[in-house]
Design a protein around this ligand. Structure first.
Ligand code: KG4
Ligand code: ZN
Length: 341
């Protein structure tokens, strides 16, 4: 019998019903994009309230599509770390309540591990292990050595902003809307990536860390100079906007490609997996594919809809079931960065 997966770590309410082979029998996803748009970022309180309203209809829609009797599910797998505390809580409380009501076991999922597992789902039956995993999302930019889906060693990550957050903030400064990543990358495609010499912080450092907050500040100075700025009244030509986006995107991508390929080389592996919302970026995908061809390693990136938050990647729950790793009913959320995982 299938697994029900629940994902509410940030601003997407998602559920999926997945069989043991990884086949998706039903899925539903309610996005909150329009709710957070005017704030140009996810407002945690609004996100958790919206999850409360949506979680049961979303689960119901996934189960209805799959046409399964929930009492016969193998388990309910829920993302409990990392993420926004209030958002994670809604999914975890729903999962625990339904586990009791339907008398089915509970499985706890790490959202970052699930992002990388989306690559395994796309690569199957080929295994993506052992290899390097890069999670690049709105909240995280982290590199791992992955010897299996649940055996990940943290190698390094951002010491300040995540790459996705930088995309969102640059989009906010340019008044491009939220989420910023897709808007910045669309505009970047029409701009000159060499127009602005933005910094590639830490790119030559012999570690696997990243820093994107200085880049964000450099963009701000490039478009508005120092001092107090009213971004609403800032006049920026469409060409300059496109050039800023292209130059910013190139700086982020240079750092991501450089550190992740170095991690591949220095760990004696020949595979790289990339997951998380920023992995949907077409230029990043292209640049990684070029690096993989040149340096002869196998690159796996999930299709864009499996890069951004979704419940299908919760199929990693089957790996936990195979190990007999079930969660107790006092399962709690663990928000925060969880870098060490
Ligand atoms: O993985 P995700 O859906 O949520 C988190 O776990 O954070 O990632 C969302 C992030 C946002 O910052 C969004 O702007 C970024 O992924 N993103 C992109 C693109 N699509 C989404 N960034 C760059 N280019 C894109 N095409
Ligand atoms: Zn995510």
């Amino acid at each position: 019998m299938p697994l029900l997966t629940i994902e509410t770590s940030c601003d997407e309410t998602a559920a999926a019903v997945i069989d043991r082979s990884g086949k998706v029998l039903g899925q539903a996803l309610a996005t909150q994009e329009t709710l957070h748009q005017r704030f140009t970022g996810v407002v945690p309180e609004i996100a958790s309230r919206a999850h409360v309203e949506r979680i049961l209809p979303v689960i119901d829609a996934a189960l209805t599509e799959a046409a399964v009797d929930p009492r016969r599910l193998t388990a309910i797998a829920v993302a409990h770390t990392p993420g926004l505390a209030g958002s994670l809580l809604v999914g975890v409380v729903a999962a625990k309540t339904l586990a009791v009501a339907w008398q089915v076991p509970l499985v706890a999922i790490n959202h970052l591990h699930a992002h990388l597992y989306a690559c395994q789902l796309s690569a199957a039956p080929r295994s993506v292990y052992p290899g390097i995993g890069l999670v690049v999302s709105g909240g995280h930019t982290s590199l791992y050595h992955c010897s299996g889906p649940l055996d990940l060693k943290y190698l390094g990550g951002t010491i300040d902003d995540a790459a996705g957050e930088a995309f969102d903030k640059v989009a906010a400064m340019l008044r491009l809307g939220f989420p910023g990543g897709p808007a910045v990358s669309r505009l970047a495609a029409t701009g000159d990536p060499t127009a602005f010499a933005f910094p590639r912080a830490m790119i030559h450092d012999a570690n696997f860390d990243f820093s994107f907050s200085g880049l964000k500040t450099a963009v701000r100075y490039a478009i508005a100079g120092p001092g107090k700025v009213d971004f609403d009244s800032l006049q920026i030509s469409p060409t300059t906007k496109a050039d800023v986006c292209a130059s910013f995107e190139a700086a982020v991508i240079d750092c991501l490609v450089s550190k992740s390929t170095r991690a591949v080389r220095s760990h004696g592996v020949d595979q790289l997996c990339v997951g998380g919302g920023v992995a949907a970026n077409p230029r990043l995908r292209e640049r990684l594919a070029e690096a993989a061809a040149e340096q002869r390693f196998t690159l796996t990136i999930a299709p864009p809809e499996l890069c951004t938050d979704n419940a299908v990647m919760g199929a990693i729950g089957w790996e936990k079931i195979a190990r007999g790793e079930f969660a107790a009913l006092d399962l709690d959320v663990q928000p925060g960065l969880q870098r060490g995982f």
